[in-house]
Design a binder for this molecule. Structure first.
Ligand code: 5CA
Length: 437
């Protein structure tokens, strides 16, 4: 893509409510545009990043055997009345009436709908376990939407649901998701800490929030710093190892505000190891057993020939929130650097275009087409702005690698720079090797 062709409405004057870095940066670089309070359009640059995040989430869900499906955004109120949550959900639920006067709603989550699908489809323990997920827009009429897409009203979420015959096998599904989450965030170069959490309106007794550290986060966290030393890569993808992984994480003190108890903290964590900080919740998983299958009468034939309520868990990742969360975690010294796998482009070519350097654009175009042949997604800055203006712009765009065609480059060697890292003058062959996927 040529920068001059990219739909990139850079904004200079930011609205006063844009208080945190990610919100400011997403508006400045034209990633999103607000259309109503807490409701945003995703412009090409932001959309591209979100789709890359979505794809990582999808791949890691598929790896643990979860099956993708798609449920609608609009749901009937009937199933929510069956579960009892139609009233419990309160004003956060956006309620709609259709022309027939039927009560509908814009789904804030999907426990009821998936249970309804399940109860009419699966009858026997032989079809278990099942893990189903979809990636779909949700709506919650948040009282105070803020921080851009971080806490908004319409947001994009991956929600998965597990179905098992008993508690023991349900815990295995929970552990698999726990593992998939760690892998998912690792690929985005995020250190997400699983923390024991309250279950709120979703319910159940086992729950973890996945939190990434950021000063602007809305969750206050209290942790033993040794939790950062647990390396998810040392566990294997089998039931025994994954159970050990969850146990290892659970042994170390790490909780959010709601579960915090000062005495417990002081008794369990040495003073030097105590961390009190803030973070962003990027995922939340729940095991709630038969909380929905009971009222919705979702029964299954067990091996012994009895009918039993299916045991369920639900597992959410804030896909749209993650775009902002990554910015909060990675923005530094007025510079953005996207993690490789989710960067809107793999590399930028920044030629110095002026009277003395007429052929630098031609050189840039040649490199551009060579890299394109290798499936490398390139942004070519073909504008005739000064180099310092260009660099300022690219600092905000955050593409992790730059090829600079300026004073340091010769006929066939170019400056190759990793943002916030090393810079070298190398030929195209070596550039290709560095960018190889
Ligand atoms: N049904 C469960 C799991 S599927 C559920 O809804 N969990 S949740 O309420 O914790 O939401 C899952 C994730 O969605 C959160 O961890 C968060 O990352 C994201 N999320 C929740 N509310 C918002 C919001 N208002 N704006 C942006 N993202 C949100």
């Amino acid at each position: 893509m040529y920068l001059s062709k990219l739909f990139l409405p850079f904004t200079k004057n930011l609205p006063s409510e844009a208080k945190i870095k990610s919100h400011q940066l997403m508006l400045r670089t034209g990633m999103i545009k607000q259309s109503a309070a807490g409701i945003y359009s995703w412009l090409p640059l932001g959309f591209k990043v979100m789709k890359k995040i979505e794809n990582i989430v999808r791949e890691e869900q598929n790896k643990i055997g979860a099956q993708e499906m798609l449920m609608p955004t609009i749901q009937s109120a009937d199933i929510w009345k069956e579960s009892g949550r139609y009233d419990d959900y309160g004003q956060e639920m956006l309620r709609i009436k259709d022309r027939q006067g039927r009560e509908m709603l814009y789904g804030p989550t999907n426990e009821e709908l998936i249970t309804e699908i399940f109860r009419s489809s699966i009858k026997s323990y032989k079809s278990l376990p099942q893990l189903l997920y979809h990636i779909q827009w949700k709506f919650r009429d948040e009282i105070r939407p803020r921080f851009g897409v971080m806490r908004c009203r319409e947001f994009y979420m991956k929600d998965a649901y597990s179905f098992d015959i008993d508690d023991e096998s349900a815990k295995k599904s929970y552990n698999k998701m726990f593992y998939a989450y760690l892998k998912t965030f690792e690929r985005m170069e995020l250190k997400a800490i699983p923390m024991a959490a309250e279950t709120g309106p979703i319910g159940g007794d086992l729950s973890h929030e996945f939190i990434i550290l950021a000063d602007t986060g809305e969750s206050k966290i209290y942790a033993d710093k040794s939790i950062f030393e647990i390396n998810p890569s040392k566990y294997k993808d089998n039931d025994i190892s994954l159970e050990k992984m969850r146990q290892d994480f659970s042994k170390v003190y790490a909780v959010t505000d709601e579960k915090f108890n000062k005495n417990e903290f002081d008794n369990n964590v040495k003073k030097n190891n105590q961390i009190i900080t803030k973070g962003i919740e990027v995922g939340h998983i729940f095991y709630f057993s038969d909380k929905y299958s009971k009222p919705l009468n979702c029964l299954i034939d067990s091996k012994e020939g009895n009918k039993t309520n299916i045991k369920m868990g639900s597992y959410g990742i804030g896909v749209s929130r993650l775009v902002a969360a990554v910015i909060e975690a990675k923005f530094n010294n007025n510079k953005m650097k996207w993690p490789k796998e989710i960067s809107p482009f793999d590399v930028s070519i920044i030629p110095m275009i002026n009277k003395n350097n007429k052929d630098s654009l031609t050189k840039a175009e040649n490199i551009y087409s060579e890299l394109k042949k290798q499936n490398i997604d390139v942004l070519l800055d073909d504008t005739d702005e000064s180099m310092s203006n260009k660099f300022n712009k690219h600092d905000l765009l955050g593409v992790p690698y730059q090829i600079i065609i300026g004073s340091k480059s010769s006929d066939n060697k170019f400056e190759f720079r990793e943002v916030n890292g090393e810079s070298s003058v190398i030929d195209l062959q070596n550039i290709k090797l560095k960018l190889k996927k």
